[in-house]
Design a protein around this ligand. Sequence first.
Ligand code: NAI
Length: 245
Amino acid sequence: MTGILRGRRALVTGAASGIGRAIASAYLAEGATVTLADRDHRVTAVTDEVGARRGVILDATSEPEVDALVARMVDEDGGLDILVCSHGILTQSPTVDMSTEMWRETIDIDLTSVFLCNRAALRPMLAQGAGRIINVASQLGIKGGVSLAHYAAAKAGVIAMTKSISLETAGRGVLVNAIAPGPIETPMVEGIDDGWKRDKRAELPLGRFGRPEEIAPAAVLLASDPGGNLFFGQVLGPNSGDVMP
Ligand code: NAI
């Protein structure tokens, strides 16, 4: 570790588990001041385990909660330099059987809440003329997936939103990018049936799923100076070779 993020103030959502937790740990190791946020109460214990200063229970679909957390960080920390949106859910259903409720829940948690977090972070970042936003999308937002129309649509939305915001912030010091992982060994994927996992592993050029700590370095790169300085509206694909755009 090089301390490349020393002094940077970061907010990581979905930080109680999986990829978000790994990114929060990597940012701490690189010297950042990290706020972990998650709707799961375990975020408090994880905050202690990784040695972060602040852990917050946050429902990222709640506009008042998101706005209040960013306002608190600006008030107490003096600003916000990095936002990572890594919260999310994954459910499955063939489209013909999918309830409207299931569709709306996924769009709300996996897309609309990412907009809420991005918008809240943009206010202080544009005011200070600097910032990095990293949205965790998915390769499924590029290739689609069986029984995953809602999830793939939400993640495609995250990718398109990332590019659009990035164009809006051009020349104003705020760089917005996405990471679109392939299958990663986290609780989210553990819930999928074993047959799917076996077939998926066999199909991957690398022959195995990734681990959360193999995603975190991409998030460090995108947040870093000078490493991340030229990334703008990009979608990095640590995906075991599953998608080659
Ligand atoms: P995970 O299930 O381990 O962690 C997701 C976290 O998000 C959980 O701690 C959960 O409590 C939190 N969360 C869910 N809804 C929330 C809300 N409304 N407000 C605040 N927190 C909320 O899953 P994982 O794998 O770490 O996923 C992280 C991100 O990576 C997600 O956006 C997921 O869609 C994406 N992703 C995951 C892949 C995988 O194979 N695990 C592949 C591609 C993308």
